[in-house]
Design a protein around this ligand. Structure first.
Ligand code: SF4
Length: 437
């Protein structure tokens, strides 16, 4: 018979998946603190007796990682190291009945919009007055800033609308208040995130309002950088480009997952755009905002992808020379539009195509970085590691993009501060330089 640990009540929140899950975990931590409940995030100590796992249910690999993490803590519970294991987030939203049957040792499963019920189970009350207030799990000088929840797009490969529901924008006033709260805590950089950030406002204002939101956020004292993630190509509101070009606080950076470039696949994926329109849009980015850094994400091995489609993708990557690029191999997801298609590209081919594209990108990134040698950039420093202070330019987002490394023996910067760095040398994904006063 499993006995109760003798540990005092302390909740360890574990976050898997994307920046939106990080945001949700931070909101949960904020609510727990406001209820005077002791909590921590991904603690390596073993002083907690309750675990809340915020899962990801996006694609196969992510789902497997979530299941492994659940089993790890169920194991800890069976060994008397923790008393309670709770699971929330996308995997739980998507597969609750199956999980309850297959992993019954979890004390309870919650969906992605179940915070009040989860809090009640943790003997806490949901505090409405706290909306947007949260405990950052990132270094306090930057924060993921969720501007909306859910998605109305029909992309055939994507299970996110199943897990996150319909698109709901957060009103501008509330977002500005959240930004002011963060700025008071020392946050300087806001990373705007959503499932589709360019859709912002269409539900509550019946028009796209991302440009005015970005301008309003830039008026918040203390906020110095605003970075746009998860833009969507079709119906792209070009007024955003003017804001990025004219407003100093808006990073000359845009993350726009494009997924593919071949017309038959863009059609089957229900992306609402074409090869020609995609090239034209990227051209417009560079015309309207010279020097803008473009990050994208592509998928290889979507059902029916031919060698010719892949060759088009190779040419696309060579033509556009993205500043930053991520690749996913297609994952055949139940209840998505593409699930009725045959998943006919072998995993090996999916992976080979992904490696081929990343190899090309590595060369492009190397060349683009050589152009930065000898130039000076404003850098925000995130951490100190292995004898270096490590930061980012406005062209780099945390965790996924290039880093600037400064030797700590010959330079001094404060973490969370900006400094001007002259770039002395560069590799594929790293720049090396020194502080110049
Ligand atoms: S925009 Fe498309 S890919 Fe992105 S979350 Fe929505 S449905 Fe998924």
């Amino acid at each position: 018979m499993k006995t109760k640990t003798l540990k005092k009540n302390k909740i360890n929140v574990v976050t898997l998946g994307c920046s939106k899950n990080i945001y949700d975990s931070e909101v949960l931590l904020g609510q727990l603190k406001a209820n005077n409940l002791e909590a921590c995030h991904e603690s390596s100590q073993e002083d907690f007796n309750i675990v809340v796992i915020n899962t990801c249910g996006f694609i196969e690999n992510a789902k497997q990682e979530s299941i492994d993490t659940i089993l790890q803590y169920v194991d800890a519970k069976q060994n008397g190291l923790v008393d309670k294991v709770y699971v929330t987030g996308c995997l739980s939203e998507r597969y609750k009945p199956e999980l309850e049957k297959e992993i019954p040792d979890v004390d309870a499963y919650f969906g992605t919009r179940d915070l009040p019920r989860l809090l009640k189970t943790l003997k806490a009350d949901y505090k409405h007055e706290l909306i947007g207030e949260r405990i950052l799990t990132t270094p306090s000088h930057f924060a993921y800033f969720k501007i909306s929840e859910g998605c109305d797009r029909p992309c055939s490969f994507c299970a996110i609308p199943i897990m996150r529901g319909k698109h709901i924008s957060t009103p501008i006033e509330e977002l500005v208040k959240n930004a002011e709260n963060l700025a008071k805590q020392g946050t300087k950089e806001l990373l705007l995130i959503a499932q589709d950030s360019t859709y912002y406002g269409l539900d509550i204002y019946k028009e796209r309002r991302l440009a005015s939101l970005m301008n309003e956020l830039s008026k918040v004292d203390g906020i110095e950088w605003i970075r746009l993630h998860y833009a969507f190509p079709s119906g792209f509101p070009e007024e955003i480009l003017d804001v990025i070009a004219e407003n100093e606080k808006i990073c000359k950076y845009i993350d726009i997952p494009l997924q593919h470039i071949s017309d038959p696949l863009l059609k089957s994926m229900k992306r609402g755009t074409t090869r020609e329109k995609t090239y034209a849009l990227l051209d417009q980015f560079r015309k309207k905002v010279p020097g803008i850094a473009i990050r994208t994400t592509l998928i290889t091995g979507y059902p029916g992808e031919t060698e010719q489609d892949h060759q088009q993708m190779i040419q696309f990557v060579k033509d556009v020379k993205f500043d930053r690029m991520g690749i996913f191999t297609y994952s055949h997801e139940e209840n998505t539009g593409a699930y009725k298609l045959e998943d006919n590209v072998p995993m090996e081919v999916k992976q080979n195509r992904a490696s081929e594209l990343m190899e090309i990108q590595q060369g492009i990134s190397y060349d683009l970085n050589q152009d930065k040698v000898g130039r000076t950039f404003k850098v925000l420093f995130d951490k100190a590691e292995n004898g270096h202070f490590i930061g980012r330019t406005e062209y780099d987002s945390p965790e996924v993009d290039n880093e600037v490394l400064v030797d700590a023996k010959t330079n001094f910067v404060r973490i969370g501060d900006f400094a001007n760095i002259k770039i002395e040398s560069a590799q594929e994904f790293d720049l090396f330089g020194n502080v110049i006063e």
